[in-house]
Each structure stands twice: as C-alpha cells, then as structure tokens.
Design a protein around this ligand. Structure first.
Ligand code: CA
Length: 193
C-alpha cells in the first residue's frame, strides 16, 4: 500500500466508524430530530416535524439552539402539531423526556384547555385505531420561569404499535409554550449486562 492508499483506507475506516456511532444514537430516540437542530432540505423548518394548521408554531433559534414555539394569537384557537412515534416490536415501556418553557398560559373555556402534550396509543402508525387508556398527559399553566427538564415512563398497552404525539396549546386564552429535546426511548426492566 502506498501512502495515498493508506490514507484512503484510514479515512474510509473513520467514515464507517462515524456512521455506526451516528446510527446507534439516532436509534435511541424513536422521534427523529427530537432536539430540533436539523433543518429540512430548504432550511426553512425543522426536519421531520410537521407544521400546525394555523401557523401558530414557529421554529426558533436562541443562542444557537433550535426549538419550537407555540404562540396563542387568537384566544380559543387550537395550536397543535401532530406527529407519530412507532414502537419497536418488543417494547413494553418507553420513556418520554423533554424540555419545556411556557409563559402566561391562561386556560380557555374549560379548566383543562391548557398547554399540553396530548398522546394516544394507536394499533398502527399515523392512521391506526386508538387503544385506550392513553398515557398520562403532561399539562402546563402559568409560567415555568425558564426551561424545565421533565420525563415520565409510559407503559405500552397490549396491541399498541405507535403513539400519536400532539403537543398543543389546547384552545387556551393566551400563552406561549416552547419545546425542545423531546425523546422517546425504550425502557427495559432488565439492565443490559
Ligand atoms: Ca434544540
């Protein structure tokens, strides 16, 4: 092997190694681009994230960090993102972790019309039938006074193949909610040996 061939094989090995590491990390989070750092091809929106129907969600940057901001402009309007997480076959529990920051969230017509992550188990991703009961729904009112880190472990019921994940301002009177670093990771009862 001459010098160039050697260099080439070293670079190739390095590339393969990087690829393997990246793949392992992205497999950990069942939700793609959960940290909202990756842009779509046009660079205009977070990759793998939908937009809401009324333009109430924006992809924001602050000190180089990207996140999604939900803003209530018209009292009582629904500001909702709909996405799906598909569970691996053997998964029995999944851990939801996220960072959230909210301010001035005032409930709408009903006390539970607040900022929340609605979640539904489905028997198939995207257009499956709902499987009840659903997970405990995190909800927020008032002010968080900065980012908060939260997590919860969710039991996956028999027959559930996916989770519809719907962060929203549920017809609130007013308020904003920022979300970032959202991850769903499979939890196993037995630690890997
Ligand atoms: Ca981020």
């Amino acid at each position: 092997m001459n010098y160039h061939q050697k260099l080439h094989s070293i670079l190739l090995a390095a590339l393969l190694l990087c690829g393997a590491v990246t793949m392992a990390q992205s497999n950990d989070n069942l939700l793609k681009n959960g940290n909202l750092e990756e842009a779509n091809a046009e660079g205009t929106w977070a990759a793998n994230w939908p937009k809401d129907k009324v333009g109430g969600v924006t992809w924001e940057t602050e000190d180089g960090n990207h996140f999604l901001r939900f803003t209530q402009k018209t009292p009582g309007e629904m500001i909702l993102l709909y996405t799906n997480v598909t569970f691996p076959k053997e998964a029995k529990k999944v851990k939801l972790s996220y960072r959230v920051r909210y301010s001035n969230v005032v409930a709408g017509e009903q006390a539970w019309f607040d900022a929340r992550f609605m979640m539904k188990f489905m028997d198939a991703p995207w257009n499956g039938k709902e499987i009840k009961p659903g997970p405990k729904v995190p909800n927020f009112k008032g002010d968080s006074n900065g980012w908060q880190e939260k997590s919860q472990v969710i039991d996956i019921p028999e027959g559930a193949k996916a989770l519809a994940f719907m962060p929203c301002l549920f017809k609130v009177e007013s308020g904003t909610m920022d979300i970032d670093d959202i991850s769903f990771t499979v939890v196993t009862d037995q630690p890997a040996q």
